[in-house]
Structure formats: C-alpha cells, structure tokens
Design a binder for this molecule. Sequence first.
Ligand code: BES
Ligand code: ZN
Length: 638
Amino acid sequence: MFRYAPALAVASAIATIALGCGKTDPPAETDRPVTTTTAPERDIHSYARPDEVRVTHVALDLSADFDARVLSGTATLKLQRTPSANQVVLDTKGLDIQRISGGGSDLKFALGGEDKILGRPLTVDLPPNVSEITIAYRTSPEAGALQWLQPSQTAGGKRPYLYSQGQAIFTRTWIPTQDSPSVRQTYSARITVPRDLHAVMSAEQLTPKGTETATGRTFEFRLTQPVPPYLIAIGVGDLAYRQLGPRTGVYTEPAMLDAAANELVDLEKMVTAAESLLGPYRWGRFDVLVLPPSFPLGGMENPRLTFATPTIIAGDRSLVSLIAHELAHSWSGNLVTNGTWSGFWLNEGFTTYVENRLMEVLYGADRARMLQVLDRRSLDTEIKRLGPTNKDTILNQDLSGRDPDDAVTDIAYEKGATFLRTIEATVGRENFDGFLRGYFDRHAFQSITTAEFLEDLRQHLLKGDRQLEERLKVQEWLYRPGLPDNAVVPSSGVLAHVEQDMKLFVDGTPAAAIKNSSSWSTQEWQHFVGSLPDKLSPAQLADLDRTFRLSERRNAEVLFAWLRVAIRNRYQPAMPALERFLTTQGRRKFLRPLYEDLMKTDWGKEDARRIYARARPLYHAMSTNTLDPIISGAKSGS
Ligand code: BES
Ligand code: ZN
C-alpha cells in the first residue's frame, strides 16, 4: 500500500511539476495550449491557503435535529503549519459559527464577505504551537449539501431521512474545512440521531448498530485514507443492510432491500474485476446505499459507500454500469483526484473509460460496445448543443466566475473517455493498461491537474516519442474545443440492427412487425427510441406506444428517452407518464432535459411550471439550482 506523502511535500512537488522542471521540451508553437500556466494552478473555488496551513484531519461530533433541519456540534481540525503562518483560512457557506477554541483557549476568528458561489472565508488566528482547533457550529436549514426528507418522501413513509451530497463545493455548507479537492483529509465522526434511525457514512463503521445515549443513538466512524472533502458523506434513515460478498453489501430502507440486493448481486465480482485491471482496491469495503428517489444523481462515489439513485433498480440488472462507474472512481477520482475542478475530466473521463472496460470484463464485448455507441451519441449531441468552438467543449475547463457544478456536461465524461480510448487504440491495449495501472500507483492519494497528467503521460507512455504525441493530438484533446479528427469511432453490430429496424418503422412498417424487439435489451431500447427522427406522426407515436407500451416502462432510461420523443412531438397520451416521472424521482440528468424540452414549447411551459411547483420540494438543491433558472425562463439552454 502506498504511503500518503506529507501534504506539504506533495504541494511542493506539485509546484515543481507545474512550474515545468524542464524534463520535456516545451510544445511546438502551434501546439501551445490555449491556457498556459506558469504558476502552480490554484483552486479558485476555495478560500483556503493550504500552502500556509493545511487541514489534515477532521473530527466531527454532530447531532441531527430533524425538526429544525439542523446539524449542530463541533468540528475539530488538525492542522499542518508552515513556520511563518499564524492564521488558517477555511471555507464555509451558511454556517453559524459559535465559538472556536485551540490550545486551551478561545481563538479570534472572522467571517469574510459572502460570495454567492464560494460562501464566506473563515479566518482563525493561530497562537504559536496550536495545531488543533475546535469549531462549534450549526448548519442552516438551507444547507446545499443536505437534504432533509419528510417521511412521505421515503419508501417506508414512516420516518424522516437525511443525506448529504458534497461534490463539487457543497461540503462547506455542513463542515467548516478547507473545501478543495487538493486538500486531502482523513476524518472521524460521532453522529447522534433520533433513536429509531440509523446513520451511515463514507467511512469505516465503528459501531454498526450505534450506542444508545441520553439524547438518541450515536454512531461512530473513521476513514484512515486521506480524501478530498467532497467525499465526506452521511446518510441517516430507517436503514437495513444485506451483505452480498466478503467486501460488499447494500444499505437501503427495509422496503427496498430485496429488490436492491437482487439488482446488485454482481457487486463482489465487479470489485474483483476492477482490481485485476487497476491494482488493489484500497478502501476495504465497497457497499452501496440506495437512496430515496429525490437523490439528484445517478450515483456518487463516496468512499466505502457509493450512494445510488433507486432508479437503477430496473429489476433486470440492466443499469448496473452505473455501479461500475462509481466503483471505478475508487481509482480515478478517489485515489487520484482532480486537484482543481478544471480537471474534472481526470475524474469523470478516466472513470467513464474504466467503467466501460469493467462492463466488457463482466458482461462481454457486445454490451460494452453498445454502451460506447450510446455514449458517443451523447457526446455528439452535447457538442452540437454547445457548438464545436464553444470553450465548454475543452477538456481542461475554464471555470472562472462559475460554480463547477453549473459547468458539468457530457464533455468531461465522454470526450474524456474517447480521448483515452483513442490513446488505447493507438498504442495498443497492453501498453495502455500498463500505463493506466502505473498512473494510479504513481499518484495514489494525490490530487493532480491536467498539466501534471500531461507530464506523466509524456514521461511514462510517450517516452519522448514526439511523432506519437503529434499523432495522438494530445494538446488538441486537452486544450482545444470540439472533437479532434483522430477520435476513435465505436461501433456495435447489435445496435446497427436496431437502427435498421428503426428505419423500417419510420418508412412505414408497423411496430408489431419489428419481430426482434421482443428480445431487446435495455441498451437496444435506448438506442431505438433515442434514434427516432425528430418528427413522427400521431399515428406512428400511438403505434409505438400501444405496441411497446413505452409510456408504461419502469426502466428509467428507456422511459426518459421516450418522454423526450413525446415532448418533441406533443404526444399528449404520454403526458401523465411524464408528470409521474417528474414528480417521483429527482435525478438531475433526467429532470433537466425534460423541463428544458417542455420550456422550449409554447404549449408545455405552463405544465412545466405547474409540475415544477408541485415537485420542487422533492428535489435536492443540486437539482433546484439547475432547474430554477430554466423554469423561471432566465436560462433556456445548458
Ligand atoms: N461524481 C459524479 C457525480 C457528480 C457529478 C457530482 C458532478 C457532482 C458534480 C458521479 O460519479 C457520476 O458521474 N454520476 C453519474 C452517473 C454515471 C453513470 C455517469 C450521474 O449521476 O448521472
Ligand atoms: Zn462519475
């Protein structure tokens, strides 16, 4: 197991690399990146100055008040100081800071002005020799990371629920710490909740059943691997657990447990497959928490405990690539992390690439290729939507003045993965696999930037071969908009057949004559519905719906694809299904396009507003932050 290098040593190593230590020649004039940096890249989304004082450990002692929707208690931070530093700067947003102590006395502190995106810096004066401070604080009921659910918003309907979502910069709304992915921290926690609830965290559970205390039930946790703070996560509710393998299992509400366990039977196999590709799994357990439907994401790679939407429970294990994705983050993202949010593609592009490799190992090349084709279609659609010269299509993102979360598109995922597939195809799989494994070892428990990735690629894969670097168009991939012309084009024989059937249908063949469809997989259905032309006649829509019962589909991906077709064509009979879908799950990936599509029509605007008003209390802040401007008409696209 790799040892965690002392943070300051890592910081100075990063500085040396980013300053360019002359190991490689500068790129030729025409290949110059659009953005050149001469100083180490700083994280513009954090007030912290970790090169002066750095948080290395967070110890939480918090109680959850479900009536007030508040977490309150203390956070004790361990600090690593440089000799001259006498203040530490932390990130906060909406936190009520009551008192800060260290070295046996109260410390002076100040909260700076509020920035809409970043929140407020918390500056604490540090007397000499103080390397641990304790902050007494309360969260706001509006904390962006936290969603407090009413019993009626859960599967059981009887008890409330709380969960957090930290990525990208939400952790500062519930923990006062240096909220930058470049500041890795270990953590421990004591969490007190009402007696009939169960708390879990992205950490080792020291008291699986909790211990009864005067005020409730207390659960203790610890994570000994240093992680970026966006990975600190909590879930509290009426939770049950089922073990699935030696290192794997699932938590969810009792009513969901059988279905969730059945869907995730392959969990242990996935971990083993990932290890054979990427090296040892360094986090101990890999459990999954299946959340209530309001969870804004498909999945979130919280260490030891991936959080997942209940919409992956399709009944036929057809959507488990999402779990492969979150598992892959145990290497790309959690082990090697983007040092700033501009390098988000290092997390998501690598993960999307690895996800597909895992699907190939577990379910075969046909399924993996189908998924690649579907991904590529999303990439093409995204580039078309943004425009091929839009700088948001650059892998290394320019996020000045923006919330990183507002800039999330398919680019980081799909252009990133396509870049890695292109390298793989060019240098050969064996060669690339060797590089990949080495990359995770070389940067284990570190946070790196795009420039450092490039440095590593040059050193360990390209090895001075300038022609190869040019052939790969590395600079163009990383620093220019659009899709370079050497991008590999995935193909799937299975989906090619589906396209032929789709064309026959469009040319007049009745839906019932598409005989193969009875054995189609979810991916084939996604492709069939997603490839339909923009305009269909009312008769064609009715034929499809009647024959294939598309409006009644329970598979969220297939239903989603169909609802987009329905909105595009104002197919009224699907509107009740649309309303049901929008009001019973809160996954942003599904909500945003559907609301956007509706808001683009004259007839659908009013429905969109009405449905949104009803559904908004179900949604997490991550979704409402994106949707509010769309519904208010302030934003019509992106
Ligand atoms: N880390 C992301 C979730 C995320 C993205 C949080 C951006 C905050 C900002 C997670 O791994 C992810 O990518 N989830 C996807 C599913 C995946 C299969 C593409 C999602 O939620 O749709
Ligand atoms: Zn991801």
